[in-house]
Design a protein. Structure first.
Length: 186
């Protein structure tokens, strides 16, 4: 792992994701902004979903490039999950405010996401490696699909949200378990 290389493509992609999340959130919750008046809400949903898809694609490619070209950095280990959480936070909060996602489901998902992000940052600072599990990767994909479906108002979005909740809680358990195993080994 190259610890001192900060400026690389994976970190740039994570930074782009950090910038796209608030833009998507703005489109979801500020529909009465003067420069948006007259734009049909379905178009705002479409633009928010488009931004979300672009941001989600950067998530896939930053990890792929970092692993393939050995560009994994300490900054990236912190920036990537932070960008992921900002994107899901923007999506879920925006959907909750639009009343397309149950607030208690959003609360549980976001609480887990924030807790595990803090746990991962703590692990990195203690040189404990908590790699993303398969359940965590599947959880991320299902969350992103659920957000996309809910943004577009497509059928099955709510079912996907509940599946995402179950996977989110299970993968959270795995992270906590792995963190404490790492502490025991150090």
């Amino acid at each position: 792992m190259k610890r001192n290389q900060i400026y690389n493509i994976p970190n740039l992609l994570a930074f782009i994701r950090l910038m796209l999340a608030p833009l998507m959130f703005f489109l979801l919750v500020n529909r009465d902004a003067s420069f948006l008046v007259g734009i049909d809400p379905s178009w705002l949903d479409f633009f928010a979903a488009f931004i979300f898809v672009i941001a989600s694609i950067t998530d896939f490619f930053d990890g792929l490039i970092a692993r393939t070209f050995d560009q994994i950095t300490m900054v990236g280990k912190i920036l990537d999950p932070l960008a992921d959480k900002m994107l899901t936070l923007a999506g879920f909060l925006g959907l909750m405010m639009l009343e397309r996602a149950d607030s208690w489901v959003v609360f549980l998902i976001l609480t887990r996401e924030l807790f595990i992000t803090g746990l991962r940052v703590s692990a990195v600072s203690q040189n404990i490696d908590i790699a993303a599990s398969m359940a965590g990767k599947i959880k991320t994909v299902v969350q992103m699909i659920a957000i996309g479906f809910l943004l577009m108002g497509w059928c099955c979005g709510e079912v996907l949200l509940y599946i995402a909740l179950a996977l989110t809680l299970y993968s959270g358990y795995e992270y906590v378990r792995d963190f404490f195993r790492g502490i025991e080994l150090s």
